[in-house]
Design a protein around this ligand. Structure first.
Ligand SMILES: *[C@@H]1O[C@H](CO)[C@@H](O)[C@H](O)[C@H]1NC(C)=O
Ligand SMILES: *[C@@H]1O[C@H](CO)[C@@H](O)[C@H](O)[C@H]1NC(C)=O
Ligand SMILES: *[C@@H]1O[C@H](CO)[C@@H](O)[C@H](O)[C@H]1NC(C)=O
Length: 483
């Protein structure tokens, strides 16, 4: 065998080296004894060694084959893993973003914590990216004319009475808006519209998202708000990262976390007790009684969309989902996403899906909601102007028809407030999956008010990831009722 011959040749060469070394020792007895022993040794090992080398080579090739297979399977498993919902893949990547000298962040500047483990392309696209915040909030003032948006005045339906027309009157938080009222509510003009918080006739038990008077007074004083909620113990409490938030913001911004009784007792039992001022960290805890919906996710849409109603005197609000921790200064966020863009409403696009049909399919695939109800909603939207697949027009007002609504930045302007009410009403009337109704609501509002612009800024999902740290939802409680 070629292998043997090579080894043999190698060995001959080696022996001659050994011989020449021993020869150089001279002719004394000791040296020749050593030489003889050396020769005997080499004669014995000549055969053994070649056999060993053969065995080792064989072992090595078996090992290599095995490793090759293992790596192949690993690669297969990883590519399978990358189709797992993104929140399961979340790592603490926010901390690993480095700024380049010019303040730009390019993909090359993103450092991954597990060095040597080159991230897959699929994961890479969910990394945070540069948000060009100002360095500090010093000397911050709202730009002159910033609030110079379309002006009109909105009033809200405050209560509904039982009438002869609605015999089977069931008090609803969102009220009983007729189709005609709904159609008219899309006009950007002085009007009174449904926007949650509708009280029932005297004697009906309240389902009004009620907070106590003291908290209400506090909320009415807020000018700038950061808010979030946990209902039904669906999440842990994530405190905003205090060291990343300026003293100015701490002094001037209300950080309000809405909880129900159940969640508060759960948090308390885990040692998260509000202090004497009712705060846990930066969060002011506000307990909500008489929740309007059995579905806790739907209840969560009340503070999410209706911050202008909960904080009627605030000029700005930032909403963040409780699965996220705020990692940036709210005033810098407002400056960057609203003032600098001259926008009155800012929301990020979705990291994966950009048209409503995909979102419909995904909701069904993950069984997020009653399929019939999803179809009814989608078909109605298609019949009322929503393109089935977004048309990819160069000047399309929306870069994506699907938002990632876990982070919303708002100026409380008439147009922004109107949009919030309209979107809430869709969630109240149809499914609570707000990603299904966003584009429809936006497009219809624009269509019905061609002369009255609505300045919505849809930013990149990677920017959202730079502002907050993402976590998974708490899994210990039973999944919320989705009926
Ligand atoms: C950041 O990068 C963009 C595009 O590469 C470039 O246009 C811009 O000038 C850069 N910004 C700075 C501050 O260098
Ligand atoms: C709309 O309401 C504002 C303030 O209430 C009022 O000043 C204005 O005249 C109204 N506009 C119309 C067209 O009624
Ligand atoms: C699903 O939605 C449809 C239409 O809204 C409704 O008729 C049906 O009862 C719902 N099914 C369940 C299980 O809730």
């Amino acid at each position: 065998m070629a292998l043997h011959r090579t080894n043999g040749e190698l060995f001959i060469e080696r022996r001659s080296i050994i011989d020449s070394v021993f020869n150089s020792f001279g002719k004394n007895d000791h040296a020749s004894r050593v030489l003889r022993r050396g020769r005997r040794f080499s004669r014995i090992t000549k055969h053994k060694l070649s056999r060993w080398i053969f065995i080792l080579t064989a072992l090595l090739s078996i090992l290599l084959t095995f490793y090759g297979l293992k790596m192949f399977f690993q690669a297969k498993m990883e590519s399978k893993f990358s189709t797992v919902p993104i929140h399961m893949q979340e790592r603490n990547l926010q901390d690993n973003v480095m700024r380049s000298n010019d303040g730009n962040i390019s993909k090359e500047n993103i450092v991954v914590s597990d060095v040597g483990n080159i991230p897959k392309q699929k994961r890479r696209k969910h990394y945070p990216c540069e948000v060009g915040f100002l360095d500090s909030v010093d000397g911050f003032i709202e730009p002159k004319d910033f609030m110079n948006f379309v002006q009109f005045s909105l009033d809200y339906v405050d209560h509904e009475e039982r009438t002869s027309k609605n015999d089977l009157f069931e008090h609803r938080f969102g009220g009983h808006q007729t189709w005609e009222e709904r159609e008219n509510s899309f006009y950007a003009k002085n009007q009174t519209l449904h926007c949650g918080f509708v009280k029932g006739p005297v004697g009906h038990p309240s389902i009004g998202f009620d907070v106590n008077e003291k908290d209400k007074t506090y909320m009415h004083r807020c000018k700038v708000v950061v808010s979030s909620c946990i209902f039904g113990s669906s999440d842990f409490l994530r405190r905003p990262t205090s060291r990343l938030i300026s003293q100015y913001s701490k002094d001037n911004i209300c950080f309000v976390m809405f909880l129900d009784d159940q969640t508060l007792s759960k948090l308390t039992s885990e040692g998260n007790n509000p202090d004497e001022k009712g705060n846990i960290g930066l969060w002011k805890i506000v307990v909500v009684k008489n929740l309007p919906y059995k579905d806790m996710r739907r209840t969560g849409k009340v503070p999410k969309f209706l911050s202008h109603r909960l904080f009627p005197n605030s000029r700005y609000s930032i909403w963040l989902d409780s699965k996220t921790r705020l990692n940036s200064d709210p005033m810098l966020i407002i400056e960057y996403f609203l003032w600098r863009r001259k926008a009155e409403y800012a929301i990020s696009n979705h990291y994966d899906r950009h048209n409503v049909l995909e979102e419909v399919l995904q909701n069904k695939r993950l069984n997020k909601y009653n399929h019939t109800a999803i179809d009814e909603q989608f078909n109605f939207y298609l019949s009322d102007g929503l393109p089935k697949v977004d048309p990819l027009m160069p000047n399309d007002p929306l870069p994506s028809y699907v938002p990632e609504g876990s982070f919303i930045i708002r100026a409380h302007t008439p147009m922004s407030n109107l949009f919030s009410c309209l979107w809430f009403n869709e969630v109240d009337r149809f499914t609570s999956r707000d990603q299904l109704s966003f584009a429809y609501t936006y497009l219809k509002l624009r269509r019905m008010n061609p002369e009255r612009p609505f300045h919505l800024y849809m930013f990149k999902d990677c920017e959202r990831r730079a502002l907050v740290k993402l976590f998974q939802h708490r899994t210990l409680s039973a999944p919320p009722n989705i009926a």
